[in-house]
Design a binder for this molecule. Structure first.
Ligand code: SF4
Length: 409
């Protein structure tokens, strides 16, 4: 493109099917060097399930070295002291419901002005009473995992029979408790073909957001088969084509933002030069037309409404950080390079000063195709996939097919 604008400026001024008619990618209106947009805190690794792709390699008992309630309060106070706009805090695991002080943590964060969300496992602990208590404590949203369109596929991921039905019921319980529902789906070779059916299910469940995660081979997930780069592109382009039906975010596939910009540049069509592969053709063939999606969701509102909520420009260490159960800080939960511990240093200080996080926030330090890419400032590639394959967190993202045109920068 021959204008004087940077890719970031083009992304935020792109005509097309976007929610405010002015952006293909949402960018933060503050300096991400100063504060994250979202912090994921793994409050425990304990979990009753044994999911095939668990990042945490969850265990059945809580680790006595976990951050305790007082240390958790200190962490939340540190985040709240940033002032508005304060980060969103997601309590994850393992299963956060394994912690008896969960409601206390939620209440403390919420009263300090933080937006508190939860990412529990679907176990007998996830009861209506527990969710109502957490809602009363100030929790705003809950995400549940649904990795298959059938009980067999989802059960195989989760390692338990019957968990598909439990998840569908839990989704209803979450909504009934007045909490916003997010559905998380991990995509691998074994379930990618089920995405169109999953889309219908996620919409029918009344979810406000579908988070599609592209498997990074860490934890128990290292024996599952991730998609190759061409298949990832097929999925991202397909997700772009259905993003008017429900808000969609991707995890460990920031090039969804590159696809969003390219689709906007193409007037809502496929990115220039894209030719669907076998998976892309399969996804298109299995996608029912929009009118077949119910107008009225279970929650009584139309989610997508024919308008697209542009993906948000955050990435590992750049608006995003992960804190593990013993207080170590990472750029993401899938990038196992600790940048410090909240036991010895305030999280906010670690986030602002860590040399690794600072380099991850500097798109000009990226290498290979990402370093030459005209979209690097609004994408940056999955640093976790780069590290998993090369051992270098700044290397090119091997899950992206994009080749910058000659002379692009
Ligand atoms: S080459 Fe890297 S920066 Fe460019 S779109 Fe792909 S992943 Fe993003």
């Amino acid at each position: 493109m021959n204008d004087n604008k940077t890719p970031r400026e083009r992304a935020s001024a792109m005509p097309g099917p976007v929610d405010d008619a002015s952006a293909a990618v949402r960018t933060l209106h503050y300096n991400v060097d100063d504060r994250p947009f979202i912090v994921i805190w793994e409050v425990t690794r304990a979990c009753a399930l044994a999911c095939a792709h668990c990042r945490a390699d969850a265990i059945t008992c809580r680790n006595p070295e976990e951050l305790d309630t007082a240390a958790g309060f200190d962490l939340l106070d540190d985040l709240a002291a940033l002032g508005a706009p304060r980060p969103i805090v997601v309590l994850t695991g393992g299963d956060p419901f394994e912690r008896p002080d969960l409601a206390e943590l939620v209440r403390h964060g919420s009263e300090a002005g933080l937006t508190m969300a939860l990412s529990p496992s679907v176990t007998p602990r996830l009861t209506s009473d527990a969710l109502v208590e957490l809602r009363a404590a100030g929790a705003s949203a809950v995400s549940l995992s649904l990795d298959g369109a059938t009980p067999a596929t989802h059960g195989a991921f989760r390692g338990f029979d019957g968990v598909y039905v439990s998840t569908i019921q839990a989704a209803e319980t979450v909504r009934d408790a007045g909490l916003r529902l997010q559905i998380n789906t991990t995509v691998t070779r074994s379930n990618a073909h089920e995405l169109p059916e999953l889309l219908r299910t996620v919409i029918e469940l009344g979810a406000g957001l579908w988070s599609v995660f592209f498997l990074v081979p860490t934890g128990r997930g290292d024996h599952l088969t991730p998609l190759d780069a061409a298949e990832v592109e097929d999925v991202l382009v397909w997700l772009g084509s259905v993003a008017d039906r429900i808000p969609i975010k991707t995890t460990e596939a920031p090039h969804f933002r590159r696809v969003a910009v390219q689709r906007a540049e193409a007037g809502g069509d496929d990115p220039p030069g894209y030719v669907p592969g076998p998976l892309g053709l399969q996804l298109r063939a299995a996608t029912l037309p929009e009118p077949s999606v119910p107008e009225s969701r279970p929650s009584g509102r139309r989610i997508g409404g024919g308008r697209v909520r542009p993906p948000l420009d955050v990435n590992a260490g750049r608006g995003f950080a992960f804190i593990d159960h013993v207080g170590e800080v990472y750029p993401s939960g899938f990038l196992p390079l600790s940048v410090g511990s909240v036991r010895s240093q305030a999280f906010t200080e670690i986030y602002r000063t860590s040399p690794l996080l600072r380099s991850l926030r500097d798109a000009d330090q990226l290498k290979g195709r990402c370093g030459r890419c005209e979209y690097r400032s609004i994408c940056g590639g999955s640093r976790s996939h780069a590290f998993a394959v090369t051992g270098d967190p700044l290397a090119e993202d091997p899950t992206c097919v994009h080749q910058a045109p000659e002379g692009a920068s």
